[in-house]
Ligand binder design. Structure first.
Ligand code: NAP
Length: 262
């Protein structure tokens, strides 16, 4: 139960879903964790749950698209626990389901900002913070960074961008002699508010289907016969964060119940 002993993690979007589950698991495995989110109350609740269970956690409000806030959350984390050695760029939003020909430019820019620009900023400031002592950066992409999906143009573009940006940053760290590994994770559909409140309600609104029918249709796309759980993504993040992944950099870890194997 100490696979992350002596490590300090920062997880964005940790007030909900995958990010919250990553924070809980990383703390159980011995890391001190800084949880950040746009929703300050939600992230404070998750952090206090972790500390009640004996873990070390702080919560910080952060909008991941504001560069100055990256400098501030990294400094506050360092002050609380020491140098950051794990960064999980997880915060993200779903697309609104519009096809490209109907999509408002502002909507495109919003999704690209939250889902891609944020990862650029996280990598930029994460590398600066870790380059003297090393660490692991994990960028949460998606199966939508590998295969296309009608109505997800901005999200596909952002998540595909995260996939390749990850490889570039991994190569740059290696070339510069920094002991920083950088990898992306590609979840299939996971039962979190992003899917249950976002994707499903949009699909149900657009078509003739009920939310239950949309969930059933999504489930059927996974050969394993079900959607994933946030804990199953957290387990993969834990591996990449730990020293067990010491020779793993620039890779894309697909955790999708076989979705992209077909
Ligand atoms: P979630 O439950 O909606 O959690 C995402 C969190 O990110 C929310 O707490 C949200 O806060 C926060 N957030 C949104 N915009 C932000 C911003 N500008 N700055 C800081 N925090 C912000 O979603 P999730 O499913 O756990 O998604 C986590 C990541 O996994 C995302 O990058 C998503 O694209 C990716 N992913 C999810 C799935 C899936 O099926 N669930 C599949 C593949 C990849 P608010 O609630 O206040 O907006």
């Amino acid at each position: 139960m100490a696979r992350l002993k002596n490590k300090v993690g920062l997880i964005t979007g940790a007030g909900s879903g995958i990010g919250a589950e990553c924070a809980r698991l990383m703390a159980r495995e011995g890391a001190a964790v800084a949880l950040t989110d746009l929703d300050a109350d939600a992230v404070a609740r998750v952090a206090s749950e972790i500390t009640s269970d004996g873990g070390r956690a702080i919560s910080l409000a952060q909008d991941v698209v504001v560069e100055a806030q990256w400098e501030s959350v990294l400094a506050q984390t360092r002050e609380a626990f020491g140098e950051v050695s794990i960064l999980v760029n997880n915060a993200g939003i779903a697309p609104n389901g519009e096809h490209v020909e109907e999509m408002d430019f502002e909507e495109w820019r919003h999704v690209i900002a939250v889902d891609l620009d944020s990862v650029f900023l996280g990598c930029k400031h994460g590398v600066r913070a870790m380059k003297t002592h090393g660490g692991s950066i994990i960028n949460v992409s998606s199966i939508m960074g590998i295969v296309g999906n009608p109505g997800s143009g901005s999200y596909n573009a952002a998540k595909g961008g995260v996939r390749l940006l990850t490889k570039v940053v991994a190569l740059e760290c290696a070339q510069n002699g920094y002991a920083i590994r950088v990898n992306s994770i590609h979840p299939g559909y996971i039962k979190t508010p992003l899917v249950t409140d976002g994707v499903v309600s949009i699909a149900a609104r657009e078509g003739e289907q009920t939310p239950e029918e949309v969930l059933e249709m999504i489930t059927l796309r996974h050969p394993i016969g079900r959607m994933g759980q946030a804990s199953e993504i957290a387990n993969a993040v834990l591996f990449l964060a730990s020293d067990e992944a010491s020779f793993v950099t620039g890779t894309e870890l697909v955790v999708d119940g076989g979705y992209t194997a077909q």
